[in-house]
Design a protein around this ligand. Structure first.
Ligand code: HEM
Length: 174
C-alpha cells in the first residue's frame, strides 16, 4: 500500500507521520527466553522501531483497558459486547500498524465517520491521549517514537473532536 493510499483511508494523516525512517531503539519486549529482540536496522520504519505487530498489539490492549477503567470517558464505550470490543481493539491495532509503516490493512472506517455525532470534546480527547502516553511510557517507548506516534494521533484530532468545550452535562455528577 502506498503512503498516499494510507493517507486517504485515514483521513488526515500527514505522509511525514507514516513510516518515518530512523535508527533509534524499539520497545523493550523480551521473548520467551528473556532475550531482547534484535535492534532494527538503520532506516527502519516506525512500525519496526516500535517492535512490530506483537508490541503494537500489547500497547493497544493496555491502552484499551485504561479507556474502560476511566470513569471520565468510559461512558462512550458502554453497550459494547465482548465481540464488538475485541473488534474495536483489532481495528486500532491495524490502524496503528498500518499508519506506522507496517504490513497491515486498515479495517476501520474513516475517523470522522466513526466519531461523528459522539460529541467528543477536546477534554475527552486529551484524556484518551493521556492514557496512550502512559501506556507508551510503561512499554518504554523512546521519546522520538512517542512523538511520531503522537503526530499520527494528533493528525486525527480534527476528525474526532466535535466540541471545543471541555465539559458537557454528562460530566456533572447527578
Ligand atoms: C485518540 C485518537 C483516536 C483513535 C486513533 C481512535 C480510533 C478508533 C477506531 C479505529 C475505531 C473503530 C472504527 C470502526 O469501527 O470502524 C474507533 C471507534 C470509536 N472511538 Fe475512537 N479513536 C480515537 C479517539 C477517540 C476518543 C477521544 C473517543 C471518546 C472519548 C473515542 C470513542 C470511540 C467510540 C465510542 C468508538 C465506537 C464507535 C462506534 O462503533 O459506533 N475515540 N476509534
Amino acid at each position: 500500500m502506498t503512503n498516499l493510499t494510507r493517507r486517504t483511508m485515514l483521513g488526515n494523516l500527514p505522509a511525514a507521520a507514516i513510516g518515518v525512517a530512523s535508527t533509534v531503539a524499539l520497545m523493550s519486549t523480551k521473548d520467551a527466553e528473556g532475550q531482547e529482540p534484535a535492534k532494527p536496522a538503520a532506516g527502519a520504519t516506525l512500525y519496526e522501531r516500535l517492535g512490530g505487530y506483537d508490541a503494537i498489539s500489547a500497547v493497544v490492549e493496555d491502552f484499551a483497558d485504561k479507556l474502560l477503567a476511566d470513569k471520565k470517558i468510559n461512558q462512550f464505550f458502554r453497550g459494547m459486547g465482548t465481540d464488538t470490543w475485541d473488534t474495536f481493539k483489532q481495528k486500532n491495532k491495524n490502524l496503528l500498524a498500518a499508519a506506522t509503516g507496517g504490513p497491515a490493512k486498515i479495517i476501520s472506517r474513516p475517523a470522522k465517520t466513526v466519531h461523528g455525532g459522539l460529541k467528543i470534546t477536546q477534554g475527552d480527547f486529551n484524556v484518551v491521549a493521556g492514557h496512550l502516553k502512559v501506556t507508551l511510557e510503561k512499554f518504554k517507548v523512546p521519546e522520538r517514537e512517542t512523538k511520531e506516534v503522537f503526530a499520527i494521533i494528533g493528525s486525527l484530532q480534527p476528525d474526532i473532536v466535535e466540541r471545543k468545550t471541555v465539559k458537557l452535562s454528562r460530566d456533572i455528577d447527578c
